[in-house]
Design a protein around this ligand. Structure first.
Ligand code: PBG
Length: 330
């Protein structure tokens, strides 16, 4: 029998495979999300995210040095906010001496080349654990925009390179862009979480920051009135195109692995860079299997991140960024 077309020919050995390889993960693709807390010289492990810590500012700066040396060029910042600083409006989020602002300044001072991308959303600052302000028992879109603009301008003033609004309020890219332009922060970018789904995969993150929606009777206990419904994909394209039109510089899709159909679809339709968030629950699943001896840690990390890139991501926000960078440098 003659089989003219044999796909296995190009898989014969490692060198041939390398020559025909399409997608290659590098440290340029990685962004590390970082949790910061008040205090000095302390770090606390996050039980559902093995290997990930909340750190005080001094240790965070040290970690950023290490990440940068390994080739990781971006960090995405999240604050653990003390209960006594929380309110409905997220007032602490635009405190010019707040933990987030001080963290941005300290990282930019110590590691100027690191691209600092703070999260923009009210949830860690909200007594209700919501990304927006509560009015009449609902998450109020337009008053939230005012708070997000104040927060954004204050983070830009602290030295942020790129703001990462993750709140899913309507019209916030325009509002933030206007605020930045008026404030003279014309070079500060917006990485918009354009297609962010209401997902159970955010669970470990919310326990890390103690930011889950509170169990008050008259306030929604989930984020389904602003984050997207996972049954839908067309809506993602609509969200993305609106954020592109509003002037976003980079588009985010989140979560990552179960949502790669969305990534591939968006990739075909837009030419802006796409960021994908390999979220806390995805990381927790991988680590749980590794701890049980059911998956090979290193292979599973490189494979999953490479496949996210193959789907169309230009950068990946992942808690495995440091580990992946160490593996890629070997
Ligand atoms: C908050 C925010 C969340 C994440 C990033 N920014 C949680 C949420 O929307 O409830 C989740 C990240 C992760 O799970 O890794 N605006």
């Amino acid at each position: 029998m003659i089989i003219y077309s044999r796909n296995r020919r190009l898989r014969t050995n490692a060198s041939i495979r390398a020559l025909v390889q399409q997608t290659v993960l590098t440290t340029n693709d990685l962004v590390m999300p970082i949790f910061v807390m008040e205090g000095e010289n302390k770090q606390e492990p996050i039980p559902s995210m093995p290997g990930i810590f909340r750190r005080t500012l001094d240790l965070t700066v040290k970690e950023c040095h290490e990440l940068y040396k390994l080739g990781v060029k971006g960090v995405n910042l999240y604050m653990k906010v003390s209960e006594n600083l929380k309110d409905n409006k997220g007032t602490e989020s635009w405190n010019e001496n707040g933990l987030m602002q001080n963290t941005i300044k300290a990282i930019k001072d110590a590691v100027p080349g690191m691209v600092v991308m703070p999260d923009v959303a009210l949830d860690p600052y909200s007594i209700y654990g919501h990304d927006g302000i509560i009015a009449n028992g609902k998450i109020d879109n337009d008053s939230t925009l005012e708070a997000l603009v104040k927060m954004s301008v204050s983070l830009a003033a602290a030295g942020a390179d790129i703001l990462a609004p993750s709140d899913m309020m309507d019209g916030r890219v325009t509002a933030i862009r206007n605020g930045l332009e008026e404030g003279g922060f014309t070079d500060v970018g917006i990485l918009s979480y354009a297609a962010k789904y209401a997902s159970s995969f955010y669970g470990p993150f919310r326990s890390a920051l103690d930011s889950a929606p509170k169990e008050n009777t008259d306030i929604p206990k989930d984020k389904k009135t602003y984050q997207m419904d996972f049954h839908n994909s067309r809506e993602a394209m609509d969200e993305v195109l609106k954020d592109v039109a509003e002037g976003a510089d980079i588009i985010m899709i989140k979560p990552g692995m179960p949502y790669l159909d969305i990534v591939a679809k968006v990739r075909e339709s837009i030419d802006l860079p796409i960021a994908v968030y390999n979220v806390s629950g995805e990381y927790a699943m991988l680590k749980a299997a590794v701890q049980n001896g059911w998956l090979d840690n290193d292979q599973a990390i490189i494979e999953s991140l490479t496949c996210i890139k193959r789907a169309g991501a230009d950068m990946i926000f992942t808690y495995a960024a440091k580990e992946a960078a160490i593996l890629l440098n070997q």
